[in-house]
Design a protein around this ligand. Structure first.
Ligand SMILES: [Zn+2]
Length: 147
């Protein structure tokens, strides 16, 4: 895949690439002669297609298994389906026995999401251990009554 500047008849060079994490991809190419920029946007399906063809954008292959992860997550309702991918993960929050017990009362299909919300809440405040008390304040602060 190449982008050409029509005016200059030059191949545009890769400038910037962004993978927002929702499976989409954006890439910016720039004409070395006139500086004109063009951007390519790909939806998750196109991104996956590009990835499966082994096309490299900006010297790196598009991360694989984006759709794969979503699919298995939806099918099995895994708790970690809503967790962030490992490389960008901030320090973990420990869950106390009581907190885990209480999380167990949350319906399994939303448990992963609820756990993530609580975990993010704790991380943002530098709280290292999740306890029922932290869950209480998170509920109040975030308006999560019933979780
Ligand atoms: Zn040009």
């Amino acid at each position: 895949m190449k982008f050409l500047c029509v005016d200059c008849d030059r191949q545009m060079s890769f400038e910037e690439r962004a993978v927002p994490g929702d499976g989409t991809m954006a890439a910016v190419f720039r004409c070395p002669a006139c500086g004109r920029k063009t951007a390519m946007l790909a939806n998750p399906m196109e991104t996956q297609l590009v990835s499966s063809l082994g096309v490299k954008v900006g010297g790196r292959t598009v991360p694989e298994a984006n759709l794969e992860g979503i699919r298995t997550g939806v099918a099995s309702g895994r708790d970690e389906a809503f967790e962030a991918p490992p490389p960008t993960r901030p320090p973990t929050v420990r869950w106390s026995v009581d907190a885990v017990e209480r999380l167990g009362h949350v319906p399994s299909f939303v448990r992963g999401m609820v756990k993530k919300i609580y975990t993010e809440y704790a991380r943002e405040r530098g709280i290292e251990e999740m306890t029922p008390a932290v869950m209480d304040s998170a509920r109040t602060d975030l308006g999560l009554e019933g979780m």
